[in-house]
Design a protein around this ligand. Structure first.
Ligand SMILES: O=C(O)CCC(=O)C(=O)O
Ligand SMILES: [Fe+2]
Length: 196
């Protein structure tokens, strides 16, 4: 499937709604529920520690250390079901993905607040491949400096969103809560730790 470039000034975004077909997406989703060591991560917000409103897991090569919200994470090893996905993404995108942050949103109350994935370990122009499985959720963008520049996208089952170039430097993104009844969702953001 071809990538569709999303026109958002100062960003570099591409989307494939069916990177995995329905059957492959169903199988991956079913395999990841038991294979990923899901945890509640602690996040720091306005100087206070809280449980983050979702389940998460850092997965990666042994040398792909990651500092996140002031803590050093030793990644969990790659679950078997993720190996072919990692391989295909690396080949298609020519990027040596060595880490993935998995997030599991149990229902509409689980969410992720405004942030940029701009940690120094990800380099100057991070390439992030974001694979979504399960319930469709709204993903939103907001420019850091230029008021009014924003965008949103519904991330569906089997889709991949690529964020690259100046996207993290210029934009924050979020996965808002919703009061609508929604099912469970898994998102995987593949990253290159140690990029320049
Ligand atoms: O769940 C999503 O689609 C967003 C996840 C995200 O922004 C992240 O893992 O940094
Ligand atoms: Fe993010």
């Amino acid at each position: 499937m071809p990538w569709t470039r999303l026109p958002l000034e100062d960003a570099e975004l591409a989307y494939d709604p069916h990177w995995l077909d329905g059957e492959a997406a169903d199988a991956l989703y079913a395999a990841l529920l038991p294979q990923v060591p899901w945890e509640v991560h602690r996040i720091r917000l306005f100087g206070r520690e809280h449980d983050s409103p979702r389940l998460s897991s850092w997965i990666g090569d042994v040398d792909a250390h990651y500092r996140y919200s002031g803590a050093d994470f030793q990644p969990h090893p790659w679950p078997q079901a993720l190996q072919p996905v990692r391989q295909r993404l690396a080949e298609e995108l020519g990027a040596p993905f060595n880490s993935v942050l998995a997030n599991r949103y149990r229902d509409g109350r689980d969410a992720m607040g405004w942030h940029s994935d701009d940690e120094p370990e990800l380099g100057r122009a991070p390439l992030i491949a974001s694979l979504s499985l399960g319930a469709t959720r709204r993903f939103t963008f907001k420019h850091r400096r230029r008021e009014g520049l924003k965008g949103e996208l519904a991330l569906g089952h089997g889709s991949v969103l690529l964020m690259s170039g100046p996207t993290q430097a210029n934009y924050r993104h979020a996965l808002p809560r919703t009061a609508k009844p929604v099912g469970e969702r898994i998102n995987l953001t593949f990253r290159v730790i140690g990029a320049r």
